[in-house]
Design a protein around this ligand. Structure first.
Ligand code: SF4
Ligand code: MG
Length: 310
């Protein structure tokens, strides 16, 4: 069963009287106990998509169904009970932690807000979550500045876990960390997924990180999903020229395989009014690519691609 179903989602920013859709008609689902990676260059709209899914940003159009219930139109009061179901882990743990609060207090507050009135029960939950992230209770009595970057990200993960959610959206959770610490955090997420039966939407610009972690991968370009593929297919047989270009920039992934596409140019600020959004950078673009935008087509194997020539 689908835990999350996103349908035709659009998220708008208004600048200088103009409306820009950072997320422009996106549909996908996340099944129970599944990790879906969301990859693309910075500026492609993936963080906006993640924040819209957890309703930190309001969508302009579309549906966000969590266990069948559409949360796209809920106000803050309506979202409160849904916060137990869906949580977010951010890139910069320090910026997302209150420096004046002990970690214990910070983790305890949502439990109080959500009606866990027994202090003994809150202590039990905090101790258990502390154990999961490798912190004994006395460590939780410290302030965020007393922790290293990797430890702070553990705290960010504990905060996301504290209400026992079904889905966690992770936005570049290891990008700010040293390589050795990245592996520890990714391993922790794998363990937590198993122990709590979690599902993840895992956002990263780094395909090697997404590769490690995801059952399925969505590739995003200028506000749209251009490819959706299961783990094995994506690495064996990437279909969209953009995906092939992203893969070719991942070092030493598959030394035996030749993927020759190279990306030139930068992700555009201006979205072309007609045709394929990738065409200015696409090495195999044809005349029709300027005329008609390719729709995301589902293929016989269940994967999907938005390219006339795929
Ligand atoms: Fe390239 Fe055309 Fe495919 Fe777009 S539709 S990715 S421009 S070949
Ligand atoms: Mg981002």
């Amino acid at each position: 069963m689908s835990l999350l179903e996103v349908e035709n989602l659009r998220t708008a920013y208004r600048t200088g009287g103009k409306t820009f859709y950072a997320v422009d008609g996106v549909s996908f689902e996340v099944k129970e106990n599944e990790t879906v990676g969301l990859v693309g260059e910075s500026g492609c709209g993936k963080s906006t998509l993640g924040k819209t899914v957890v309703r930190l940003i309001d969508p302009a159009e579309g549906a966000i169904r969590l266990e069948g219930r559409d949360i796209a139109g809920l106000d803050d009061a309506g979202m409160l009970p849904m916060r137990r179901q869906v949580q977010m882990v951010f890139q910069d743990p320090y910026a997302s932690l209150n420096p004046r609060q002990t970690v214990w207090k910070m983790l305890e507050t949502p439990l109080k807000v959500h009606g866990i009135s027994s202090a003994a029960e809150r202590r039990r939950i905090l101790t258990e979550i502390g154990e999961k992230i490798g912190f004994p209770p006395e460590m939780l009595k410290r302030h965020p500045h007393e922790f290293s970057g990797g430890q702070r990200q553990r705290i960010g993960i504990a905060r996301a876990l504290i209400l026992n959610p079904r889905l966690i959206v992770c936005d570049e959770p290891v990008s700010a960390l040293d390589l050795s610490i990245q592996a520890q955090i990714l391993n922790l997420l794998v363990d937590l997924k198993r122990d709590y039966g979690l599902s993840f939407l895992f956002i990263s610009h780094d395909l090697s990180v997404v590769r490690y972690f995801s059952d399925r991968v969505l590739v995003m370009y200028l506000g749209k999903i251009v490819e959706s593929a299961d783990h094995a297919t994506l690495w064996r047989e990437p279909r969209h020229p953009y995906t092939r270009a992203l893969l070719s920039s991942v070092p030493a992934m598959d030394p035996g395989k030749k993927i020759t596409t190279r990306l030139s140019g930068e992700i555009g600020g201006a979205t072309p009014a007609t045709g394929c959004r990738f065409r200015a950078r696409c090495p195999i673009a044809e005349a029709r690519c300027a005329e008609t935008a390719p729709a995301l087509r589902t293929l016989p194997d269940g994967n999907a691609v938005a390219c006339h020539l795929a």
